[in-house]
Design a protein around this ligand. Structure first.
Ligand code: HEC
Length: 149
């Protein structure tokens, strides 16, 4: 009986040692090869998290147009010409000037300077010079010149 107990005890201890051994090897002891793979994975992850390419101004301008202007104006297929003129004609007018982008920027930030024929003055907000950043304004103008020309 004692002999059996001793044998069982020894084999149980060996089992436990074997169970612990592979665990220790996989979790704590990184072989040099594993370290290299681990570092390569970190580099790949860092590359994935790098800042994306700069925002496309035309796409950003399109989103801004839909939100800020599309309630009153239409351009190409976007927005509704409920209150203001279709802006395709405005882009055509801008393109007839020496600096189309400057003309559009002026007509957005200072709409009262010239009133579109047949439309009521005072409806177009006069605040875009303050509420839009120069980059947002540039993006809007780039979008309008692209789709409305
Ligand atoms: C609340 C309605 C409304 C919103 C919002 C609005 N507009 Fe207008 N817009 C008008 C009206 C009405 C006119 C015509 C009267 C005038 O020329 O001021 C006009 C005129 C214009 C003109 C022609 C100006 C000229 O000199 O003839 C441009 C260009 C223009 N809008 C661009 C925009 C852009 C770009 C936005 C968004 C950033 C915008 N508008 C937002 C109502 C609006």
């Amino acid at each position: 009986m004692f002999l059996i107990d001793q044998t069982l005890g020894r084999s149980r201890r060996r089992d436990e040692a074997q169970r612990a051994a592979p665990h220790r090897a996989s979790c704590c002891a990184l072989t040099p090869m594993r370290q290299i793979i681990f570092i390569l994975m970190l580099i790949t992850l860092a590359a994935c998290g790098a800042p994306a390419a700069p925002v496309d101004p035309v796409a950003a301008g399109g989103r801004a147009f839909t939100i800020q202007c599309g309630g009153c104006h239409a351009i190409s297929e976007v927005g509704s010409a409920a209150l203001g003129p279709r802006l395709d004609a405005m882009v055509a007018r801008a393109n007839a000037t020496p600096d189309p982008a400057a003309w559009l920027r002026m007509s957005i930030t200072n709409p009262a300077a010239e009133i579109a024929p047949g439309y009521r003055p005072g409806l177009m907000p006069i605040s875009y010079g303050q509420s839009l950043s120069p980059a947002e304004l540039d993006a809007l103008v780039a979008y309008m010149l692209k789709v409305g020309g």
